[in-house]
Design a protein. Structure first.
Length: 324
């Protein structure tokens, strides 16, 4: 009996000593999010959900350290310099966050999994042939520009000029802006683009831009989207509708958008991260993925404000996200 008791006590002691070891085995994932707005928040939540689908569950075998740069590139770099050495993996949400993370992670051999990157090649996060420059991969949210232009033409048959506000230092703006300029004439539009340096420049830029255009169309510009309430207010006072680039902007007051489903974008990113964590592939071996499916989101209250009607041929596929 004494021997049995001793064996039980020994087993309990071994289990007690094993508990800290389990904590040591916890996977630490740093999340660097460049800005706080709906689409990037959805990417983050989707990433966590995608990992959970693959067995990496917060509090059980993985911990997340979330840091937000609040649209400040210098802060994004500072966060990366501190977070990378403490992490087994970095999830970088939006282009400036991914650039900052990879800058520090490539020497540490810490894998970076990015999401919401409009142009990985243009941002030097992927090579021209689609391969990866190091332990980095992820998902792209390149805008469905042609679908957006088709939709705007259907909703505003008499419109001629579309205004686009963008931050000149965000490299993710270059490719979609070029696409707008290339495709707009096909649908009878002219693009009037206005570059700014920071969110504080938005009021003055809109004072100049709004009188020149019939509507605004957003890129996935993190700074502009972070100031969406101001953009909507000023555009509304000028009688000019704003077209968003994803569902959350439409919920907040944009009239419509041909956009990606950012929760699913995040989930796919999480599933890619799980492959790396399981040892199935290195990040450098997984090509970045371009998500191309777009969905039509409409805000009928915002449409009514500007006298815009939804054509019958769009009504069947439109997702009404009007706040109730």
């Amino acid at each position: 009996m004494k021997k049995l008791t001793a064996m039980i006590l020994s087993l309990m002691m071994l289990l007690a000593l094993a508990s800290p070891a389990l904590a040591d085995d916890m996977i630490n994932i740093g999340i660097i999010q460049f800005a706080e707005h709906g689409s990037l928040d959805n990417c983050r939540e989707g990433f966590i959900e995608g990992l959970a689908e693959e067995g990496f569950i917060e509090g059980q075998n993985v911990t997340f350290n979330l840091q937000n740069a609040q649209t400040d590139m210098a802060i994004a770099s500072q966060i990366a310099s501190v977070l990378v050495p403490k992490s087994d993996m970095i999830c970088a949400i939006a282009t400036p966050a991914a650039q900052a993370a990879f800058n520090y992670a490539q020497d540490e051999e810490v894998p970076v999994i990015y999401t919401a990157i409009t142009d990985p090649v243009g941002a030097a996060l992927a090579n021209a042939d689609g391969t990866n420059p190091g332990q980095i991969t992820g998902t792209s949210d390149l805008l469905a520009v042609e679908a957006q232009l088709k939709m705007i033409r259907a909703l505003m048959p008499d419109a001629k000029k579309i205004g686009i506000l963008y931050v000149t230092s965000e490299t993710n703006n270059t490719l979609p802006l070029n696409m707008y300029n290339e495709l707009a004439p096909v649908y009878g539009f002219e693009i009037v683009a206005k570059g700014i340096s920071a969110g504080a420049d938005i009021p003055l830029a809109l004072d100049s831009l709004l009188p020149q255009v019939d509507c605004l169309s957003n890129l996935t510009d993190n700074t502009v989207v972070s100031y969406l309430a101001m953009v909507l207010e000023m555009a509304g006072e000028a009688g000019k509708p704003v077209f968003g680039s994803e569902i959350e902007q439409v919920k907040l007051g944009c009239v419509a958008a041909e956009g990606l489903e950012y929760l699913e974008l995040g989930r796919q990113t999480g599933r890619m991260a799980a492959k790396v964590l399981k040892g199935e592939a290195k990040a450098s071996e997984i090509p970045f993925e371009l998500i191309t499916n777009s969905y039509l989101y409409v805000n009928k209250t915002a449409m009514a404000q500007f006298g815009i009607e939804l054509p019958a041929d769009l009504a069947d596929r439109a997702n009404d996200v009007t706040p109730q």
